[in-house]
Design a protein around this ligand. Structure first.
Ligand SMILES: NC(=O)c1ccc[n+]([C@@H]2O[C@H](COP(=O)([O-])OP(=O)(O)OC[C@H]3O[C@@H](n4cnc5c(N)ncnc54)[C@H](OP(=O)(O)O)[C@@H]3O)[C@@H](O)[C@H]2O)c1
Length: 200
């Protein structure tokens, strides 16, 4: 699979390493331009390239991993995402820790808001509820596989994300729609930051 990342920071890099380890291609993008990603691309090795966000968004599957305040500007740079699966790894920090403030979205969950900015995309919320230090390592531990909660409105898109993340070694757990499941795993939800292992 060709996987594009919007953002090339901690979370995007952790996911990129899993993807490359399992034979996928990764196209990374950031705000400062592909030139700033040359060293990272070299470090990731064969299978990794850098491009603009619009080019990264042309991949089979796209990972959105930018800070919350940057989501609208990233979305505005993208071509129409006609059916593209977008893994939304963001957390709606209006301001980051230590003075964390959760963005006020009215009735919408964070990923419903993200989906509203990405018409045509099939958004699956995943990875956001795990701290990066639980995303980066091999998710297969002696006591079980790292649980990866996900939510989305499109069953096929979720099945693709389930298959991909299970290939990485995670134990994906589908929580339902962006509204119901998304509420459980978004900031302030009962499963946000819950790091669980699943025995096979
Ligand atoms: N860190 C965690 O433990 C963790 C865990 C789960 C979820 N999350 C969530 O995942 C998201 C990313 O977190 P992170 O820790 O990976 O952040 P990060 O390390 O600060 O990386 C953010 C990335 O976004 C890029 N970016 C900013 N504006 C952009 C734009 N307009 N177009 C394209 N790329 C842009 C930055 O590129 P430049 O450097 O070039 O500006 C950078 O590569 C956040 O929403 C966070 O809440 C974080």
């Amino acid at each position: 699979m060709r996987i594009g990342t919007l953002g090339a920071g901690t979370v995007a890099q952790a996911i990129a390493r899993h993807a490359i380890r399992h034979g996928h291609e990764v196209v990374l993008s950031n705000s400062r331009g592909p030139g700033f990603l040359a060293a990272l691309v070299r470090d990731l090795g064969a299978g990794a390239t850098a491009a603009t966000p619009a080019e990264a968004a042309a991949a089979d599957l796209v990972v959105l991993a930018v800070g919350w305040p940057q989501v609208p500007e990233v979305a505005a740079q993208l071509p129409p995402l006609d059916g593209t699966i977008v893994i939304d790894a963001t957390n709606q920090f209006a301001s980051p820790p230590p003075d964390a403030r959760i963005a006020e979205l009215g009735d919408l969950t964070g990923s419903e808001y993200v989906a509203s900015l990405l018409p045509g995309a099939r958004v699956v919320k995943a990875f956001n509820a795990l701290f990066a230090q639980f995303i980066a390592p091999d998710p297969r531990h002696e006591a079980g596989r790292q649980v990866l909660f996900l939510a989305g409105d499109d069953t096929d898109a979720k099945n693709t994300v389930v298959a991909l993340t299970a290939q990485f070694g995670f134990a994906p757990v589908d929580l339902g729609t962006l509204r119901e499941g998304g509420r459980l795993i978004q900031l302030g939800g009962p499963l946000s930051g819950l790091h669980a292992l699943k025995q096979d």
